[in-house]
Design a protein around this ligand. Structure first.
Ligand code: NAD
Length: 346
């Protein structure tokens, strides 16, 4: 398999946030690692991480095992896998790892977080323990989307969402949309989703026809937006899953909540943000957060393979690895109306 495509092309950024398609060496797997030919990656915005050197992008990937290290026992060449890209230390002396909260491991390596290169490269070595076998019914394309689905599942789990909960999802970007699919599968009802962009709301409606949509106006204050959301929901929200990280949207979520409700913030944003403190205090509104995920991949694989969640419609644009720059252009240009842009290498 390797000799068919001997070059290891990677997509990197640098401190000036330029994008380059570069040639790198094909790495050798260590004893506990597998060499993966990555077939699908999701491309997207570069984000705000401080980048001090050239950095390979990407952490939403699936591929095929092309070589195995000497200790690898569970996987073999030819196995199709999804890549979980946060690798904790797994030492028994690490509280987070020992107690199963491995997303909190202080020594975690997350591919694509500086200074560790991401998986947007043809060949990538990955620890066997963090590769999840894909059943035949799940394509590489869906395999790459198990990463954002993992974020959504962690959100559903940690937020305590229950059957029949009146739910608001703020933001219909990829994370909001995957959260919508997961909340629909978990039988939240009714569900309202918001966004500034009507195309994103149309996508939400096509994914889950029963969802009610509210287009947020930038000029409107948060209480007025919340009133429109409550009208659409025909009640106050038991739970708000916030998927923008934008301060005004978090305010809107707080104002849309019922007494004792909660605002579960998946979105990340400014370092310091104000909240309507007394409103939240007088109404016992819980505000909680999420940092990535743990133990979500097996569940995500089940939900997709059992047909409860269909990720395929989220992919709006496809490019080859060599067209990496065009893919990022499409992902960041609103006129392209992209949701998920994927790179493929057969
Ligand atoms: P995205 O930027 O593609 O989507 C955000 C959406 O929010 C866009 O469609 C935008 O139009 C909409 N939006 C912006 N302002 C709004 C407002 N005031 N009201 C309603 N909608 C508004 O991002 P994404 O990939 O969907 O990710 C969503 C957020 O989740 C990001 O902040 C991302 O960094 C964060 N995230 C967090 C975790 C975590 O572990 N907590 C993991 C992954 C992503």
């Amino acid at each position: 398999v390797l000799t068919r495509k001997p070059k290891n092309i990677a997509i990197e950024t640098n401190p000036s946030h330029e994008l380059n398609v570069v040639d790198t060496d094909v790495p050798e797997p260590g004893p506990d690692q597998c060499l993966i030919h990555v077939h699908f990656w999701k491309s997207g915005n570069i984000g705000d991480s401080v980048i001090k050197c050239n950095l390979g992008l990407g952490h939403e990937s699936a591929g095929i095992v092309v070589k195995t290290g000497s200790n690898v026992s569970r996987l073999k060449v030819g196995d199709r896998v999804a890549l979980e890209c946060g690798i904790p230390c797994s030492k028994p002396t690490c509280d987070a790892c020992r107690t199963g909260r491995y997303n909190a491991c202080p020594e975690i390596i997350f591919y694509s977080s500086p200074p560790v290169h991401g998986t947007l490269r043809r060949y990538h070595v990955h620890p066997e323990a963090w590769l999840h076998p894909l059943p035949d019914s799940i394509s590489y394309e869906e395999g790459a989307l198990l990463e954002p689905l993992s974020v959504a599942l962690a959100g559903i789990e940690r937020s305590g969402l229950r059957l029949g909960d009146a739910l608001v999802i703020c933001g219909a970007g990829p994370i909001g949309l995957v959260s919508l699919l997961a909340a629909h599968a978990a039988s939240a009802a009714p569900i309202v989703i918001t966004d500034l962009d009507e195309n994103r709301l149309a996508m939400a409606k096509s994914l889950v026809p029963r969802v009610r949509t509210v287009q947020i106006q930038r000029s409107e204050d948060a209480k007025a937006s919340a009133n429109r959301i409550k009208q659409a929901l025909r009640q106050e929200a038991k739970l708000v899953i916030e998927c923008t990280g934008v301060e005004s949207s978090i305010h809107t979520g707080i104002y849309a909540s019922r007494f004792g409700g909660s605002v579960f913030v998946i979105g990340v944003g400014k370092d310091f943000q104000q909240i309507p403190f007394m409103h939240a205090s007088f109404r016992e509104i819980d505000i909680r957060f999420l940092f990535r995920y743990r133990e979500t991949y097996p569940k995500a694989i089940m939900l997709v393979s059992e047909g409860l969640i269909d990720l395929k419609p989220l992919v709006t644009h496809r490019f080859t690895l060599e067209q990496g720059k065009d893919a990022f252009e499409a992902a960041s240009n609103p006129a392209a109306k992209a949701v998920k842009v994927q790179l493929l290498d057969d």
